[in-house]
Design a protein around this ligand. Structure first.
Ligand code: GLU
Length: 417
């Protein structure tokens, strides 16, 4: 993993790579490379021992041409301003590639949540929600879960906002629990889109997913659900990992059993009858499909030289650096990008928001059917662009489709002088 690559610069390079194929003025492209605004705030929060601790937090609103800013909030010690800016930009193009009516945003708090009690996390979350209150709203900016956040945190944000605004507005945030106005299928949605993308990718490339050897880096919500659903497609999960390391069994792992083991022991490491590997070893395994499902910059240009997978489907945001993309394109490794392959999360967030606004709720079958339609249609748009523009790789294809949609919205809206 490379810490030296700035994800914000990666985003800008990805936009430039695609813009080269589009007939769009440079000044219009230029404005698509910077966030409209970034909130940076310091939260002062009461700790259980009576002390007050400061936490740095960000919310980047990147672009609102296609609708309200949309994107998650992550809790991680490695959060930086540029990381949040990059993640908010990726949200713009993710929402555009699946054609849902949102712009892009992202937030983060610099924190290691494992060092805090539930009470402290609640205080920190409510403090951030109070800072966010003037910026968020169902028609303005709609947060959601991301790394180390989930239903619990979203429920607190909703409750804080509704209390301060003296209203009910469940669509101010998505990824809530069902009881608090969440949607069926939301928790599984990110991993589900990764599995749908893998299935479509194998089909498109004329490969068989049944019996395909698969390695997955990262066993959080997106990674583990993707693993389970790809296993259900008939693939053979030979290795999975988390931050503790990787486990390998060429005869195939049972994803549900590994998940239970991780729940009981805190990590996948030590899972019975497996060989221990490092994350780097997992990422360079000779497999049919590799799914990076952890953080940004997992594969840089150097590591990409050693990647032996045939196909990569990105469940994480930004797991490959632009140098890695260049190397993998050269090596003919087919990479299906994050902004399509993990877009299920924000797509079902959109369904949740629609249900909240209508106060009319769908069953899980309907959610999954609509998700399937959105992801397969986006896959077809992307592969059509890949073929008709004769593009070097599928990431550039995704950005060509997405940038054109944002530019069209900007052009039709007109620019306020
Ligand atoms: N954090 C997720 C992502 O990166 C979901 C965002 C959302 O639902 O708004 O796509």
């Amino acid at each position: 993993m490379s810490d030296e690559v700035n994800p914000f610069e990666s985003l800008q390079e990805q936009i430039d790579d695609a813009a080269a194929y589009l007939d769009v003025d440079d000044d219009v492209i230029h404005r698509l490379k910077y966030p409209e605004r970034v909130l940076e705030t310091n939260l002062s929060v009461d700790m259980d021992d009576g002390s007050i601790q400061r936490f740095k937090a960000f919310r980047s609103e990147f672009n609102g041409d296609r609708g309200p800013y949309k994107g998650g909030i992550r809790y991680h010690p490695g959060v930086t301003r540029d990381e949040v800016k990059a993640l908010s930009g990726w949200m713009v193009y993710k929402c555009a590639v699946v054609d849902i009516p949102y712009g892009g945003g992202k937030g983060g708090i610099v924190i290691d949540p494992s060092e805090h009690s539930a009470n402290e996390i609640e205080n920190i979350t409510r403090s951030f929600a109070e800072e966010l209150r003037p910026f968020i709203g169902e028609d303005k900016d709609v947060p959601a879960p991301d790394v180390n956040t989930g239903q619990r945190e979203m429920n607190w944000i909703k409750d804080t906002y509704e209390t301060l605004e003296n209203t009910t507005e469940p669509g101010v945030v998505t990824g809530k629990s069902l009881e608090a106005g969440g949607s069926e299928g939301r928790v599984e949605a990110t991993g589900r889109s990764t599995a749908i993308t893998a299935r479509e990718a194998f089909d498109y490339l004329g490969k068989d997913i049944v019996g395909a050897d698969v390695a997955v880096q990262g066993y959080g919500n997106a990674g583990w659900i993707a693993t389970k659903l790809i296993d259900e497609l008939g693939a053979n999960i030979v290795a999975v990992s988390d931050s503790s390391g990787a486990v390998h069994d060429p005869s195939g792992l049972d994803p549900v059993d590994v998940k239970e083991f991780k729940r009981d022991t805190g990590s996948v490491s030590g899972y019975e009858d497996t060989e221990a590997l490092t994350n780097e070893e997992l990422l360079t395994m000779d497999v049919d499909l590799l799914v990076p499902a952890a953080l940004e910059n997992a594969i840089d240009g150097d590591l990409a030289e050693d990647v032996s997978a045939d196909v990569i489907v990105e469940a994480a945001n930004g797991p490959l650096t632009p140098d890695a993309d260049d190397v993998l394109t050269e090596k003919d490794v087919h990479v299906f990008p994050d902004i399509l392959a993990n877009a299920g999360g924000v797509t079902v967030s959109y369904f949740e928001w629609v249900q909240n606004r209508q106060r009319f709720y769908w069953d899980e079958e309907r959610v999954n059917e609509e998700l399937e339609a959105v992801i397969t249609e986006a896959f077809d748009d992307l592969t059509d662009a890949y073929a008709s523009f004769d593009l070097p790789n599928f990431r550039t294809a995704a950005y060509v489709v997405a940038i054109q949609r944002v530019v069209d919205a900007f052009t039709d809206n007109g620019n306020w002088p």
